[in-house]
Structures are given as structure tokens and as C-alpha cells.
Ligand binder design. Sequence first.
Ligand code: ATP
Length: 212
Amino acid sequence: MSNEQPKIPQATAKRLPLYYRFLKNLHASGKQRVSSAELSEAVKVDSATIRRDFSYFGALGKKGYGYNVNYLLSFFRKTLDQDEITEVALFGVGNLGTAFLNYNFSKNNNTKIVMAFDVDEKKIGKEVGGVPVYHLDELETRLHEGIPVAILTVPAHVAQWITDRLVQKGIKGILNFTPARLNVPKHIRVHHIDLAIELQSLVYFLKNYPAE
Ligand code: ATP
């Protein structure tokens, strides 16, 4: 990943793929400029936040003109490394893992799951969504430096054990879909997505803070 880009706050960085996807669609439909209000409506981020975010990218919107779509797109492409594909390995080809393999982020052309691991003999040696499934025992031999990211869709009780092996192999980032809280050295980034908690939290908000 490129180090030449200016440092942008993490919260802003997390919104980049959202902006990027929307701008790509705008560009495809032939639009040259976009206002922060239009963007705000489309990506559901308030326009003050968008203006602040975009100021980090050196994109200063002009009153009555908005932002230049081409400029923003080329910035995002560079920042998100769209020219370079980041290869990903997936662990656990269950219901969720299978869905990811079939989907394979084909709409974001900068990430690709290139291999998967499981322990179920019925799944090993097969391909799911065109991605080969190997036995977990092959983690150390198959995983290489060119694969900096892992997705965990295994049962929670094996998540830490697999994580420790990934750390040994030099993984840089883990997208953890298991409920397990993972311990990793400081230089490794873990993003945790607990779908059950997200759903519970949505239901809680619906009950306690109904939208106006
Ligand atoms: P999901 O949680 O994705 O809905 P599921 O209910 O189909 O999955 P789980 O029991 O959660 O099944 O297991 C997910 C997958 O992880 C299964 O394919 C299972 O064979 C696999 N798995 C279990 N243990 C390991 C392990 N140690 N390493 C790799 N994969 C494993």
C-alpha cells in the first residue's frame, strides 16, 4: 500500500470506499461535478463531514460548482490502491464464507479472495466461486507475502488459533466475522464485524430511538 498519500484521519479513511463507489457511478453516468449536498444525500453522511473529509484530499469544493468528479476519482484510485489488487485469503467455507467466495467483491476491483481454507474433507479440493479450498494444514505452505489480508468466517473457538498462525506468517490485516475478540501484536490491524451484535444494536435503536 502506498505511503506517499497524505495522512488522513481513520474515520475519514473508512468512508473513502463509500465515496469512491458513488463517484464511480456518477462518472459512469457522465457527471463532471457533484455538490456536497448531493453526495450527502447519496451516501448518508452529513455534508459538513463530507466537506471536512474532502478538505483532507485537497479537494476544495467551489460554491455553486461543487467538486470535480474526475479529480476526486483519481485521488481515490491512488489512495485506495485501485491499480493494485490486494489478495485476500478466507478461512471457513461455511454459509457466510461461501457467500463471500461467490460474491468475491467483484464490484470493488481492488480486492480479491484468491484462496480459502477449511477442515471439512467434503469441501477441500473443491472450488467455490472459482476459488480453491485447501486444508487448513496447508496454511503455512500456501499463504505467502502477496496475501496481506485474511477474512475469518470460522467458528469462534478456532479464531484465535488461526489468527496466531496468520500472525506467524506475516499477515497485515484481519477482517473478523467471528464473535471472538482477537489478540494480535500492535502492528496488525483487526476489523471486527459481529453481525449478530450489529443486528441487535439496530433493533435496540429502532425500539429506543425511532427515526423521525
Ligand atoms: P457460518 O458461520 O459461516 O454460517 P456454518 O454454520 O455453515 O457457517 P460453522 O460451524 O460456523 O458453519 O463453520 C464455518 C466453517 O468453518 C465450516 O465450513 C467449517 O468446516 C469451518 N471450520 C471449522 N473449523 C475450522 C478450522 N479449524 N479451520 C478452518 N475452517 C474451519
